[in-house]
Design a protein around this ligand. Structure first.
Ligand SMILES: C[S@@+](CC[C@H](N)C(=O)[O-])C[C@H]1O[C@@H](n2cnc3c(N)ncnc32)[C@H](O)[C@@H]1O
Length: 276
């Protein structure tokens, strides 16, 4: 997939002079699900009396505009944290991104919303996750949102590191456009090894693209399951675009048995195809 240039990906927001991202209409739905999850998990958070965190390792600049429209939406960290603030705020917010400007602008926007305390980091998720992991309390309730553009930015080590914490819920966005187009190339060039180590045990390299894609995904879910997230396979939503083209999978991994119930409600945002 050709890499997008920065000027195609961002524009200046006249409201505050900071960067905002240009996104497809599906971003709204993605954030709506994140907000629902934050809302529905409020009682659990309340029990932890402030000993809770939200972690966004691919935070973006904290605001976006839907392409070809005037609709402006908050970024994931602002959406999640402001939703939590309405009833049971996160005790700590951790944001990170490869892009330094994104981190700085996301931080400023959290500040504008009086959201605190915020800890910010710049770098590849593979690195920032290790730094952040060291700071997280093992007794706290955590929610991490993983929203990279493509699977190359989501090595499995990121998930493995987060899963070391006993109460770590993960809401993961996997771009299927990227995988669908490039699955064979990723097999050949080794990029799939980082995303789904051991895929060769499960995936037939000569299979049709869509079959290979699904096999990779099943294998990846199995890897997550082995980290203690038993129900991950039941907690997948396929989100499609206006022409029904597969856009992404939104995956919830929760060690809490309530996760399934939460997802049942969250996924009612709009009817979507169940995948697994
Ligand atoms: C889909 S955008 C995130 C949007 C944001 N979560 C939201 O909903 O507002 C993906 C972000 O990942 C960042 N990124 C790309 N590669 C990365 C990597 N290896 N590690 C961390 N961040 C990365 C990009 O700079 C971009 O801001």
């Amino acid at each position: 997939m050709p890499t997008k240039r920065k000027e195609d990906r961002y524009e200046l927001d006249p409201a505050d002079g900071l960067r905002r991202e240009l996104v497809g209409p599906w971003a709204q739905e993605k954030h709506q699900r994140l907000r629902h999850y934050v809302d529905i998990s409020r009682a659990a958070r309340r029990k932890f009396q402030g000993n809770s965190t939200f972690i966004d390792l691919y935070c973006g600049p904290g605001r976006a505009r839907i392409k070809n429209s005037n609709i402006v939406i908050p970024g994931s960290a602002i959406a999640a944290a402001s939703e939590a603030q309405r009833h049971s705020a996160f005790g700590e917010i951790y944001i990170a991104d490869l892009d330094e400007t994104n981190v700085a602008h996301c931080e400023q926007r959290l500040e504008q919303e009086h959201i605190q305390p915020v800890f910010s980091f710049v770098g590849e998720a593979e690195t920032t996750v290790r730094t952040i992991r060291q700071k997280l309390s093992p007794s706290a309730l955590h929610l991490a949102f993983l929203d990279p553009y493509n699977i190359q930015a989501l090595p499995f080590s990121v998930i493995r590191t987060l899963a070391e914490l006993p109460r770590m819920d993960l809401l993961i966005h996997v771009s299927t456009m990227d995988l669908q187009r490039n699955v064979k190339a990723f097999m050949a060039n080794g990029k799939l090894d980082r995303f789904a180590p051991g895929w060769r045990e499960r995936v037939e390299p000569a299979a049709r693209n869509d079959v290979a894609l699904l096999a990779v995904f099943h294998h990846w879910c199995d890897l997550i399951r082995k980290l203690g997230y038993q129900e991950v396979g039941d907690l997948v939503e396929r989100v499609s675009g206006a022409r029904n083209q597969p856009l992404y999978w939104l995956v919830l991994a929760s060690k809490n048995s309530l996760g399934k119930e939460f997802w049942g409600k969250v996924s009612n945002v709009s009817p979507q195809q169940r995948l697994l």
